[in-house]
Write a protein that binds this ligand. Structure first.
Ligand code: IDP
Ligand code: MG
Length: 149
């Protein structure tokens, strides 16, 4: 089953949005397969965002990610990478539709509350980086009430 990496950024934790974010993924029917609260070092944040290292906002982005605890999660389900991105909304919160997390809870692009993997490939890489211990092996007993087969 497909998995994605979701991270509630320091502003989301500070603003008390952890429960709200988890609730949206849970209520959709996705399965929580990994969860931890942690602060990361600059080198780790730079690795996570390595693809953006040439961008002018890169050092500000790293400052932002190391500024406080983040909540790192693995979510699992059919189509979870793409649907997770839809639940999150556009990168710029002012361009995010109401009903999305960024559309409902954020204004500035540099304080956009949440990260989600943008492809199955990046999800695999990000889960390996953030969860070297692996995911938690469990299945939901409501699976047949979420999936037809
Ligand atoms: P994404 O988070 O929607 O996948 P990316 O383009 O991968 O967007 O950028 C990663 C993060 O870098 C964004 O979520 C945002 O926090 C930050 N970022 C992206 N573009 C800008 C910008 O133009 N100014 C400041 N921060 C930015
Ligand atoms: Mg991205």
């Amino acid at each position: 089953m497909e998995q994605t990496f979701i991270m509630i950024k320091p502003d989301g934790v500070q603003r008390g949005l952890v429960g709200e974010v988890i609730s949206r993924f849970e209520k959709k029917g996705f399965l929580l397969k990994g969860l931890k609260l942690l602060t990361v070092e600059r080198a780790f944040a730079e690795k996570h965002y390595a693809d953006l290292s040439a961008k002018p906002f890169f050092s500000g982005l790293v400052d932002y990610i190391v500024s406080g605890p983040v909540v790192a999660m693995i979510w699992e389900g059919k189509g979870v990478v793409l649907t997770g991105r839809k639940i999150i909304g556009a990168t710029n919160p002012l361009a995010s539709e109401p009903g999305t997390i960024r559309g409902d809870f954020a204004i500035d692009i540099g304080r956009n509350v949440i990260h989600g993997s943008d492809s199955v490939d990046s999800a695999t890489k990000e889960i390996a980086l953030w969860f070297s211990e692996g995911s938690v092996n469990w299945q939901s007993s409501v699976h047949p009430w979420v999936y037809e087969s």
